[in-house]
Design a protein around this ligand. Sequence first.
Ligand SMILES: Nc1nc2c(ncn2[C@@H]2O[C@H](COP(=O)(O)OP(=O)(O)OP(=O)(O)O)[C@@H](O)[C@H]2O)c(=O)[nH]1
Ligand SMILES: [Zn+2]
Length: 341
Amino acid sequence: MYTLEQLGWHTFFEDTLTEQERSRLARITVTGQNTYQALTLEGKINLKLTGSFSRTITTKFELPAVGDWVVTDETKQVIHRRLPRQTNFVRNIPGEKDERQVVAANIEEVWLVMSLNKDFNLKRLNRYVTTAWDSGAIPVIVLTKSDLVTDLEDYLAQVESEHMGIEIIACSALNGAGFDRLNKRLVEHRTIALVGSSGAGKSTLLNYLAGEEIQTTSGIRDDDSRGRHTTTSRFLLPVGDAWIIDTPGMRELQLWADSESLDTTFTDIKELTANCRFNNCTHNNEPGCAVTAALADGTLSTQRWAEYTKLQKELAYLERKANPVSQRQYMKAIIKKYKKK
Ligand SMILES: Nc1nc2c(ncn2[C@@H]2O[C@H](COP(=O)(O)OP(=O)(O)OP(=O)(O)O)[C@@H](O)[C@H]2O)c(=O)[nH]1
Ligand SMILES: [Zn+2]
């Protein structure tokens, strides 16, 4: 059914492989609670995480992720070993110190999807690019909904000036612009991950490239109003001659970037805390605390400080709950409310 190369195999993975293991390779496509789906040369299988391998796992980082190569037992039901990763997209689990989770593994390209309407934000794009480089994969900037703008050249010039050397592709699923360039990248059994905020047009892009509805969207409308949206549970999707990873975890990437927006909204406070004598100042009357001083001389109003600390607590709570939707709505609302004019 497949060859190893078709599944995205590289010589990199050969390093630690024994002859016996070669016939028991599988690539993870879906992750669940101790259960996994994977592709082998013969097709789709279900795998469990039990036995000796599961006992060696002490951190979330070591758990198999979408895109990982694993070696199974003879019956192809149990994961025996995970092969070392070539690249990985890591997120820090909010609230848990040093707990890192791999969202997707062995990705070669990351498409940073941002739409050319009101969601266009150069700062956020910069953060996406940084995250992509951190993963070890090559970033490609995909600017969607080019049909909505008349000054496309201006947008492109802005992005180009900040990201020299990164391929930038503007496209529209409405008129097909740019898709020739995107299609050219779907070669060599490459593994590509899609990253971008909600509504950026990732599902639409994926369906357009696949030529069929493989990820459910609300459908394209000229007015770009957003409708109901459900994402199916297939995460490693064959598109053209490539694999596209589109997981809820990758979709939450915006959140990782958004925690920083509390600081951007309260830049005045960020600047103050940078002047505290101690790096770990809790701003509770420590010696040399710039916040305490500013509160005392009135340069910082007690009201604004109270707002900031309250929001910080609420954000921490949402992160603990790890509820992406509520956190996203929350961030939007507070930025609107508290942004200094
Ligand atoms: N005008 C225009 N609208 C588009 C285009 N691509 C997508 N859209 C609109 O953008 C909306 C969101 O697109 P989706 O593909 O669902 O976005 P998404 O990134 O998958 O969103 P999440 O699943 O929430 O992460 C859709 O309802 C479309 O109306 C485009 O090329 N042009
Ligand atoms: Zn302080």
